[in-house]
Design a protein around this ligand. Structure first.
Ligand code: I3S
Length: 128
């Protein structure tokens, strides 16, 4: 479909269903609010939408905005310590702008794949 511009322009590296909560915003601690989300990794952007349908609609036509987006340039990702969450398979993403997210899946292989993909994205875009 050449009539509707697709964005962002780079191909999607990875997408899938994840549980996510912010724990810090602009350097300030915020209350956890775990939500099930559709995550899309695209270049240095990690985008969260309410559902896959919402994400597809946004990429296709800008009709619905994603819930939120974080920039992975200068970010770090690590396996979260037990103090951060009682859940299993949790990653902690810290952005340069002082946002901290926890992302989680009950499926260990899913989180391992995201860990790899996020590290790659962080490394590839480190010098931009
Ligand atoms: O780190 P915390 O405060 O133990 O996180 C738990 C709470 O946010 C809890 O909600 P309220 O205390 O606002 O009602 C959530 O329901 C839990 O899921 C949080 O802990 P986990 O360990 O699931 O990340």
């Amino acid at each position: 479909d050449f009539s509707s511009p697709k964005r962002p322009h780079s191909p999607c590296e990875k997408s899938g269903s994840l549980n996510v909560t912010k724990i810090t915003e602009h350097g300030k601690k915020v209350r956890k609010n775990w939500t099930s989300s559709w995550a899309v990794l695209q270049g240095s952007q990690l985008i969260f939408a309410k559902s896959q349908a919402m994400a597809t609609s946004w990429f296709g036509s800008h009709q619905s905005k994603p819930e939120f987006t974080v920039d992975l340039k200068g970010a770090t990702v690590e396996k979260a310590s037990k103090e951060k969450s009682s859940k299993k398979h949790v990653l902690e993403v810290k952005t340069q702008r002082g946002t901290e997210l926890l992302i989680q899946s009950d499926i260990e292989s899913v989180i391992n794949e995201w860990f790899k993909a996020l590290n790659e994205a962080i490394n590839v875009h480190a010098w931009e």
